[in-house]
Design a protein. Structure first.
Length: 203
């Protein structure tokens, strides 16, 4: 036999995905979400449609702590990967890995609120484009520089679930001129715009 001769093909057993384990993980996560939707604030907010209140970062962190508590020790990344392998036809958008907000999408899908699993960043991007379109329909236009800042605000909300006025003096805003710069672009409308985006983009 030469080095180039193929004698067997296929995936090594030790490297093949364990679909039984993936299904078990998904089943346990879905049971957890449904069993605790009346106890954990984040799950109560995400299950309630239409949402009676906006999810806060504190509530999300409490949910993160709950799913990582022994014996579970689940992570959003592992859960997303399991869904990608088991329900690939219903998963849209690549896992954002370390973004805690992907847990929002995971929980909503697990509780049956959303039939598809769509990354939180993709959902926020769609809401953002819809918001921009609504502004245009109302005769409100933005310059290219303003849209650049609005996009930065969107991306911060995707990570932290909100933007506060004091955040403009932190990365990534500070490197672009911080609060002084963004205020010069939007003026007294700034706080209202930030409030709108916080409300419109957060599940």
């Amino acid at each position: 036999m030469t080095l180039d001769e193929v004698t067997r093909s296929g995936v090594r057993a030790d490297l093949a995905p364990d679909h039984d384990a993936d299904k078990a993980l998904i089943g346990e996560f879905e049971s957890f979400c449904k069993d605790h939707k009346d106890e954990i604030d984040a799950l109560m907010v995400l299950y309630d449609r239409p949402y009676a209140q906006r999810l806060t970062r504190k509530q999300l962190m409490e949910l993160v702590a709950a799913i990582q508590r022994p014996p579970r020790q689940w992570t959003g990344e592992a859960l997303w990967a399991a869904y990608e392998r088991v329900e690939k036809d219903r998963v849209r958008g690549a896992s954002r890995g370390r973004l805690l907000t992907d847990l929002i999408s995971l929980a909503r899908h697990a509780m049956g609120v959303e039939p598809e699993l769509v990354s939180y960043a993709d959902q926020a991007a769609a809401r953002f484009e819809n918001w921009l379109a609504q502004q245009g329909n109302r005769g409100r236009s933005f310059t290219e520089e303003q849209v650049g800042w609005l996009t930065l605000i969107r991306d911060r909300i995707v990570v932290d679930l909100e933007v506060r006025m004091e955040d403009f003096d932190e990365t990534p805003f500070a490197e672009r001129g911080g609060l002084g710069k963004v205020w010069s672009l939007f003026g007294e409308e700034l706080e209202g715009i930030v409030d709108e985006l916080n409300r419109e983009l957060v599940a």
